[in-house]
Design a protein around this ligand. Structure first.
Ligand code: GLU
Length: 304
């Protein structure tokens, strides 16, 4: 099978260290197998995203040496495509309108798993036509999920399993304002593009069973998944978008790409010594086995 990897950033800001790490590993995994690599702008949320950031991300990737073979259509232009998949789910009776308000869903009485994850209790699952008719607002649309365990072996995190009914619940595929949610768009896009490897941050690990289910419904084969560890400061704090001095706008002024890549690759266990290295040079070093599973500690002082 020809390997096809991808990077699917949300252009809502400059690339951050965590995005660089995810992009680097996705690119190295694909390229080390002689595979292709595609770029896709996930700009579903048109209020938070902009072409200015999309262009900055492309330039940052070029600066890093992370080449892509093609860029697929941005999500903001694909509404009619998502409509078709939505309609197909609807025709199979798998969707229902949900009128729950945000405050109801996130009230302290709402069911949560021990880690704080919200599980939709099915409040609107079996409303009668009369009950539906009594609401004066547009609904969100939820997908009925099966009571079944979805499992896969993640390239970085190992075995992962989730029962969609007990660990997640029926989930929204289209919001009340008509915007499709990430889960649906990402599945359609990766599926139609023929992506065989989905590599991204570990914060998206728990989304994967939802995407596996949608893939099944749409008839797309399952890709391999790899969720790269989060980056932590030495005090255990997660390095986040709020650390503006660690976005590429700032980092590019302070050091060459090779210094940044070498620091990141060393912290992640990919190379034995912290030394400048190009993305291309890392291809020969890359194996999933070397990559740390647990969070990667990176002292931001090394990037000053
Ligand atoms: N667009 C998402 C983000 O920037 C990533 C989605 C994905 O890789 O599946 O966080």
């Amino acid at each position: 099978m020809t390997v096809l990897g991808r990077f699917a950033p949300t252009p809502s800001g400059r690339m951050h260290l965590g995005n660089v790490f995810a992009a680097l590993v996705a690119w190295l995994s694909a390229r080390s197998q002689g595979g292709g690599f595609v770029l896709r702008m996930e700009d579903l949320d048109t209020l938070r995203t902009s072409d200015v950031y999309a262009q900055a991300i492309r330039e940052d990737l070029r600066w890093l040496g992370l080449t892509w073979d093609s860029e697929t259509e941005p999500q903001s232009l694909r509404g009619p495509v998502y409509d078709r998949y939505f309609d197909a789910l609807s025709a199979r009776g798998l969707l229902y309108p949900c009128y729950c308000t945000r405050s109801l869903l996130h009230s302290p009485n709402a069911p949560h798993l021990s880690d704080g994850t919200y599980v939709y209790p099915g409040t609107c699952r079996d409303l009668t036509a009369a009950q539906r008719g009594s609401y004066r607002r547009a609904p969100a649309w939820r997908l009925r999920v099966p009571d079944r365990v979805f499992r896969f072996t993640d390239l970085a995190q190992g075995e992962y399993r989730q029962n969609l009914t007990t660990d997640c619940g029926d989930f929204v595929v289209r919001r009340a304002d008509g915007v499709y949610v990430y889960q649906l768009a990402v599945t359609v896009d990766d599926g139609e593009t023929g992506v065989t490897e989905v590599v991204r941050g570990a914060d998206l690990l728990s989304s994967t069973p939802r995407q596996m289910y949608l893939r099944e419904l749409f008839g797309f084969p399952q890709p391999r998944y790899g969720h790269v560890p989060m980056l932590l400061a030495p005090d255990g704090r997660r390095l986040s978008k709020r650390d503006r001095d660690l976005d590429l706008g700032a980092l590019r002024r302070r050091m060459p790409a090779e210094t940044l890549l070498g620091t990141l690759a060393y912290a992640a266990g990919m190379i034995d010594r912290r030394e400048p290295v190009s993305a291309r040079e890392l291809i020969g070093e890359f194996t999933w086995d070397r990559l740390r599973r647990e969070a990667v500690t990176l002292d931001p002082a090394l990037l000053e």
